[in-house]
Design a protein around this ligand. Sequence first.
Ligand code: TRP
Length: 326
Amino acid sequence: MPKKRILSGMRPTGKLHLGHYVGALENWVKLQDEYESFHLIADYHVLTTSLDTKDVYENSIDMLIDWLACGLDPLKSPMFRQSQIKQHTELNLIFSMLITVNRLERNPTIKDQARDLNIEQVFYGHLGYPVLQTADILLYKGNAVPVGEDQVPHVEISREIARRFNNQYGFVFPEPEALLTKFSRLSGLDGDAKMSKSLGNTILLSDDVETVKQRMKKAAIDPNKLKKDTPGNPDVCTVFSYHKKFNTENIVEIESDCRNGAIGCFDCKMKCSAKISSFLEPIIEKRKHYESRINEVKDILHDGESRGRNIAEQTMIEVREKMNLG
Ligand code: TRP
């Protein structure tokens, strides 16, 4: 049995943060042996919310370095930029004929984004975000898409498009499934539901020990824990939610010390930042390795792009044949 395939992607917004790791990257690294994996730098998707492309290349390289530093293995899994494999745009065009505007307007992700970013008029390309994403997945015949919860509605659209194509022209595409991580969301330092660059509530995968400490000092805690020895409620504390992820071995003790007023928030934050920093240490080391060998990083990207392109073209040959466009 050939391995099932994964296609996963992120928009290149620069250096990644812990939320990216917990929501997606950790899972990608784990799954790369079980599945044949493809990792996409969705640089065209950046245009859906910003027309400024000045930093897009640099951000792509920065993101790629974080991927490598976290353990994605370029020998196993090609990594590539969407913009460098023209088959994405070709399949996007074909898929755009297979879904209605109405259906795309019902996509909850676009509604949320329009609200968060105060967008009054949605651009045609932005509405088509999930169509391009479908082309990303199906060009590589992805069976599974490991993403965060927020992407599930997109994957549902991908399934519909795959079905529609197969019914109309004959079977080419699997119906992809979202693979969710159990712990798929890390809240922001300020307690916001999401860690996100635009909210400024992140810890970066590249933050050094001192930066992590400083960031952690600002983290939201139980507002009723006024003093060191006041009993606190870990269920409403952001720092405790990070302990759960990065300090599992001491979680019982932290929880009871907080509830009993046996630990103050400052000490608790310092314990947490120490744990996070020791988790980040090997990632930062690997990042330094790649930063000082930028040509190696570019070679990895170009190699990934040529491997990706070959597979994408094989799929397009099939598509064009089925459609009598060959
Ligand atoms: N929409 C994804 C995000 O914002 C990025 C993305 C683009 C993607 N193409 C994809 C994710 C294909 C998975 C599969 O994070």
